[in-house]
Design a protein around this ligand. Structure first.
Ligand code: 3EB
Length: 271
């Protein structure tokens, strides 16, 4: 649920659903895959969502949520996530001259036959993206992870009406560029929390506060690869996020097949 002050409007057309307020524009699209290949479809969809007209009014991409059917299907460079990265990258190359300007993002797998679903949050006012000192920037991942490094930043800070908002990208048990704790969901979860804490510290330095953390204004979404892990994940996170409404668990595949859990989220009401 996204709320914002002031007047807003909704449009539907060209396969897109668009909600706009003065400062924000949320663009949603969900398209069936039909033969053209995921790389082409991803390029066409991003292209349609980020037309020049829309970017003139809302020039800053804050966050991208991407849901991709059977994300880990396909061998080596044909893996569907890697094909998605190629198509998305072709659009970003044209729009974002510096790779460091890539928005925060989440990419998660959905069930076979589900449409390619993308939601983009654009902003009128500038957004600052930043990286996690514990992790190699995704846009600098080495070649072993695919022909095209993924275009996303680890987090984005948005200067919203009531203060700063922090958008946390999909965060998993990756240290440096390597996945840790294979086949160990508890270990992956603990490592993911370490990554979040490092990101919170970085965000705090940027806005000059030590108060960025698992506060009541921290809303997390947790994606678990296997539904059987849900209870364990909820129990492990309860001390950090005690309010049930602040934690949403979803079943979904993560874009490296060895990863079992990933989290993203938003912290609002930051000073
Ligand atoms: C990772 O850290 C895990 O391609 O947009 C996380 C967030 C991941 C976003 C994306 C991928 C994306 O590399 C995967």
């Amino acid at each position: 649920l996204w709320t914002c002050p002031g007047p807003h409007d909704f449009h539907e057309g060209d396969g897109l659903q668009i909600a706009r307020s003065r400062d924000h524009c949320l663009v949603y699209a969900s398209v069936a895959e039909a033969g053209a290949g995921l790389r082409n479809l991803s390029r066409e969809l991003y292209d349609a969502m980020l037309t020049g007209e829309r970017l003139r009014d809302y020039p800053h991409i804050v966050k991208a949520w991407n849901y991709i059917a059977e994300i880990n299907e396909g061998e080596a460079d044909d893996e569907r996530y890697k094909q998605f990265c190629l198509g998305r990258g072709e659009v970003y190359d044209a729009l974002l001259p510096e790779s460091g300007r890539a928005p925060s993002a989440t990419a998660i797998g959905s069930a076979p036959g589900e449409p390619l679903t993308v939601m983009l949050l654009l902003a009128r006012r500038d957004v600052s993206t930043f990286e996690n000192p514990r992790q190699v920037s995704a846009f600098r991942y080495p070649r072993q992870y695919g022909p095209r490094s993924p275009n996303f930043s680890r987090a984005a800070l948005l200067d919203a009406a009531g203060g700063h908002q922090l958008f946390i990208s999909g965060t998993a048990a990756i240290v440096g560029h390597e996945s840790r704790h294979h086949e160990d969901v508890s270990g992956q979860l603990a490592e993911t929390v370490n990554n979040l804490e490092s990101l919170f510290e970085e965000a705090g330095q940027r806005i000059g506060t030590s108060g960025v953390g698992f506060s009541p204004s921290c809303h997390l979404r947790v994606y678990v690869r296997h539904a059987k892990d849900a209870e364990r994940v909820t129990a492990a996170l309860a001390p950090l996020v005690p309010a049930p409404e602040n934690l949403v668990l979803l079943e979904g595949a993560i874009c490296r097949s060895e990863l079992l859990v990933e989290m993203d989220g938003i912290i609002d009401e930051l000073p």
